[in-house]
Design a protein. Structure first.
Lengths: 110, 112
């Protein structure tokens, strides 16, 4: 079975630009989570969606927003990018309690 | 502040040995516990989940949970060099879908 798909895999942006990350969950999974992982850090929870509704919110900056669409894919929109936003961004999906992670998007802000 | 604590390591073991990874958590009501393996620059890969006190075995991996002591561990038998990675302990307060709180991970190095 296909796993979680994320695009793009790599993204380079300038400061103050915007970025959109996309996540396609495993088929039939109804919950999507977004995590940010800085170098040498553990994944930090940003936001989650269940059945297209926001279900939980973590340490997501106000400059970031996200949504889940009718086909269950999700997008993380990041505006006014800062150098500190450079990180790996993972999307995970679940049908039960087990979360399965996508390959991640490596965002570099110059 | 809910915390998940792990020894950062590195934990070095010879090939064929048993590797023992430990994790403690602060939120007493935690219900679900997971071990993820993460290779450098890659995404976390779920290797074990455990919900009840006791042991759960899957191949070379055994997860152990002691809710009274707020302690969860992962044993890797017959360690292989390919097991060298960072192992992340993750905890959730619910048995259903819920956000995960991760520990900072323990780096395991298995030498041939």
């Amino acid at each position: 079975a296909a796993g979680v798909i994320q695009s793009p895999r790599h993204l380079i942006k300038e400061k103050r630009e915007t970025a959109t990350l996309k996540c396609y969950p495993i088929s039939r999974h109804d919950t999507v989570y977004w995590y940010q992982q800085g170098p040498g850090q553990d994944p930090q929870f940003l936001i989650s969606f269940y059945e297209k509704m926001q279900s939980d919110k973590g340490s997501i900056p106000d400059r970031f927003s996200a949504q889940q669409f009718s086909d269950y894919h999700s997008e993380l929109n990041m505006s006014s990018l800062e150098l500190g936003d450079s990180a790996l961004y993972f999307c995970a999906s679940s049908l039960t309690s087990e979360q399965f992670f996508g390959p991640g998007t490596r965002l570099t802000v110059l | 502040q809910k915390e998940v604590e792990q020894n950062s390591g590195p934990l070095s073991v010879p090939e064929g040995a048993i590797a023992s990874l430990n994790c403690t958590y602060s939120d007493r009501v935690s219900q679900s516990f997971f071990w993820y393996r993460q290779y450098s620059g890659k995404s976390p890969e779920l290797i074990m989940s455990i919900y009840s006190n006791g042991d759960k075995e899957d191949g070379r991996f055994t997860a152990q949970l002691n809710k009274a002591s707020q302690y969860v561990s992962l044993l890797i038998r017959d360690s292989q060099p390919s097991d060298s990675a960072t192992y992340l302990c993750a905890v959730s307060p619910y048995s259903g879908y819920s956000t995960l709180t991760f520990g900072k991970g323990t780096m395991l190095l298995v030498s041939p």
